[in-house]
Each structure stands twice: as structure tokens, then as C-alpha cells.
Design a protein. Structure first.
Length: 368
């Protein structure tokens, strides 16, 4: 690649905007309220990943939302009770050839880890030892995932913004992990922290004695609470803009100007993107593998996304040739899996088209 991109042509000679290095494993956290679509998104986006989570959670989504037999799910079936146990088996998971790892969810796993450590440190004079242990194990988990090249997606509950009672320091909302230190350090361990937002989000807090629905409360800048003991605004939420249909219950957010939440993304991905993390990561340069034998779907999705981005009719693109091609090449595949594959292609195709359009709009904003 040229180090001096002076070419005026538009034939692809300009360096790409993606920032992920080839072969680099992704470590992302997605946090949001229960029912915001995190687990469903993970099931559709990462069907060849290994899922770790409580019994009934992951498998229920797989059966009832995805509509596939539980036996087709790559999962620990609830056997890995805490984060420390998971760290111990990460090398074996990596060697098994799975596409990556989904922890659903990290909040529960770290909570179990904290309870385990509190039991181990009973009688200790250091009352903070269990909390420090959880923070260290969380960092070890991230490092081990990286060392073994495992793409890792951590789904979390939200921890809303709070003000420390003793210091008066305001802390923005973030992924909820157990303990004191772990929630503060975890965002820094991640390549990306995205918040799942739905149109159903409600106002969830107060500013002093003012309801957050109050016009005055909405006008108070959050920066004013940085060194104040007054409770900070926890949830003045504008309804999520969801121009995408039934495929997504909401959007993924990473707005650096929103001081209510800690979010970030290093992939030049715009704020408010479809809940299709797998396609976002691929668009950003990560090598997120398809299900074995379905690698050819990459070309189908890429071609269809370009057509949709140019304004082609969705039905014509999907039913006109994409689904027809899939029917021909997947005729011997179980019908339930064919349905699952078609939904995934539709989701990924529309998500990539949206990302292409947003990227072109960004270029156009500076006259490119």
C-alpha cells in the first residue's frame, strides 16, 4: 500500500478506513437492558462461536428465537460456573477450531466469581481482596483470549451512572461487572464497548428533586456533575432511530459526546448502527469466520450489500438471486438451517449496505 495516497482515482487505491490488523482477535463488550436483543444478535451473528452462560439462557434463545435444536449449539451447557473456570479451559476452546467465544453474560459470570472469592477470603484482614481478585481474573481472561487468538464477545447488563458518596466523583454508566475495581477497568481492556439501545428505553433516574422528564433537567449539562454529590442524570433517552425492520430490535451506540455512558469503537463505525456486530467487525477489517462450508456467503453478502446501497429493491436482491443461489447450493442442508442461513444473509446484507451508505456519506461530507 502506498504511504502517500495522492491518487485522485476512485478505483480502490485509497487506503481503507478499517483499522483492525489481519489476524488480530477482537475483544468487544455489548451492554444493555434485558430484552434489548444482545443474546439474539450473538446467536445470529456468531453461530460457530462457543457460547458460555447459565443453563437456559443461551439455549432458550437458540431454541425459541433462532428456532434450531439445542444440540446444534456450541455451548458449555452451563458447566463453566465462574470466570476463573473459563480461563482454565480457554486453550482447549481455542484448539477446538471454533470461530470465537461469546460470554452470555459477563455480569453473571463475574458475580459468581466474586462470591467464590469472598468465600475463599473469609477471615482475611484485606476486605478488598475479593474485589481485586475479580479485577485481576478479568484482565487475565482478556489476555488469555488474545494470546490464543480467540475473538471474544462479552454481553453485559448495564451499570447506570453514579456519584461516589465519599469522593463526589461522577462515573458514567458502563458494562456491569461484579466488584469495585472491575467495572472501572473493564472498558479499557476492550477494543470496543457498544451499548444496545431500543426504542422502548425509559427515563430511569432523577436530577436532585427534578424528574428527568423536566425540561430543566434535560438542559443541565452532565459535565456539571463531574465533581458534585448531586445524583447525575441516568437515562434521558431519545427514542432510538431504527430504520431497519424486524431484523433488529434497536441499534448499537458509541457516542463519545454522551457523558452518560462509557462507549468506544476503533473501527470508524458511525454511531447508531444495526445490531449486527459480526458484520460490523468484518466491515472493520476483522477476520470473523463464517460457518464451515458457508464461506462462499461472503461474496453473496458483499454483492447484495452493494446493490442495496445503490438503491436496489430488497426483495429483488434477496429473492431475485441471493435466495435462489442459496437454494441451489444448500439443497441438501436441513430446512431449519436453510431458514437460519437466509435470515443471517438478509441481516448481514442490510447491515453492510447501511455501513457502506454511511461511509460514502462521510466521504461526501468532505467532498470525496
Amino acid at each position: 500500500m502506498s504511504s502517500s495516497p495522492t491518487s485522485s482515482s476512485t478505483n480502490g487505491s485509497v487506503p481503507p478506513t478499517q483499522t483492525a490488523r489481519p489476524g488480530e482477535p477482537a475483544f468487544y463488550a455489548i451492554f444493555g437492558d434485558s430484552g434489548s436483543g444482545k443474546s439474539s444478535m450473538a446467536a445470529f451473528d456468531f453461530p460457530n462461536f462457543y457460547f458460555v452462560g447459565p443453563v437456559g439462557g443461551v439455549s432458550k434463545v437458540w431454541r425459541q428465537v433462532v428456532g434450531l435444536p439445542e444440540s446444534w449449539l456450541l455451548s458449555d451447557r452451563g458447566a463453566l460456573w465462574d470466570l476463573e473456570a473459563l480461563v482454565a479451559v480457554l486453550p482447549a476452546i481455542a484448539k477446538s477450531g471454533v470461530g470465537g467465544l461469546v460470554v452470555d453474560d459477563m455480569t453473571i459470570l463475574t458475580d459468581r466469581t466474586l462470591r467464590k472469592k469472598q468465600h475463599e477470603f473469609q477471615g482475611s484482614k484485606n476486605k478488598y481482596a475479593p474485589f481485586t481478585a475479580v479485577m485481576n481474573i478479568t484482565a487475565m481472561f482478556r489476555d488469555t483470549c488474545r494470546d490464543w487468538g480467540l475473538h471474544t464477545i462479552c454481553l453485559c447488563h448495564p451499570m447506570h451512572a453514579w456519584v461516589d458518596e465519599r469522593s463526589g466523583i461522577y462515573y458514567a454508566g458502563r458494562p456491569k461487572l461484579a466488584g469495585r475495581e472491575a467495572p472501572l477497568s473493564f472498558p479499557g481492556l476492550c477494543d470496543g464497548v457498544l451499548r444496545a439501545e431500543t426504542a422502548r428505553e425509559q427515563v430511569t433516574g432523577v436530577v436532585g428533586a427534578l424528574p428527568l422528564a423536566s425540561p430543566l433537567a434535560a438542559e443541565v449539562p452532565l459535565a456539571a456533575f463531574a465533581a458534585s454529590s448531586v445524583p447525575a442524570p441516568l437515562g434521558v433517552i431519545a427514542p432510538a432511530s431504527t430504520p431497519w425492520d424486524e431484523d433488529w430490535p434497536g441499534v448499537l451506540r458509541h457516542d463519545p459526546t454522551d457523558s452518560r455512558w462509557i462507549t468506544k469503537c476503533r473501527l470508524h463505525t458511525p454511531d447508531r448502527v444495526p445490531m449486527a456486530l459480526g458484520e460490523i467487525l468484518r466491515f472493520g477489517g476483522y477476520d470473523i469466520p463464517r460457518v464451515k462450508g458457508e464461506e462462499w456467503l461472503d461474496a453473496v453478502i458483499a454483492e447484495g450489500a452493494k446493490a442495496l446501497a445503490r438503491g436496489s429493491n430488497e426483495s429483488e436482491v434477496l429473492k431475485g438471486w441471493a435466495f435462489q443461489l442459496m437454494g441451489e447450493r444448500m439443497s441438501n442442508v436441513h430446512r431449519d438451517w436453510q431458514y437460519f442461513a437466509r435470515v443471517r444473509v438478509r441481516r448481514d446484507m442490510k447491515a453492510r449496505a447501511e455501513l457502506l451508505q454511511r461511509r460514502e456519506a462521510r466521504y461526501a461530507s468532505v467532498g470525496l
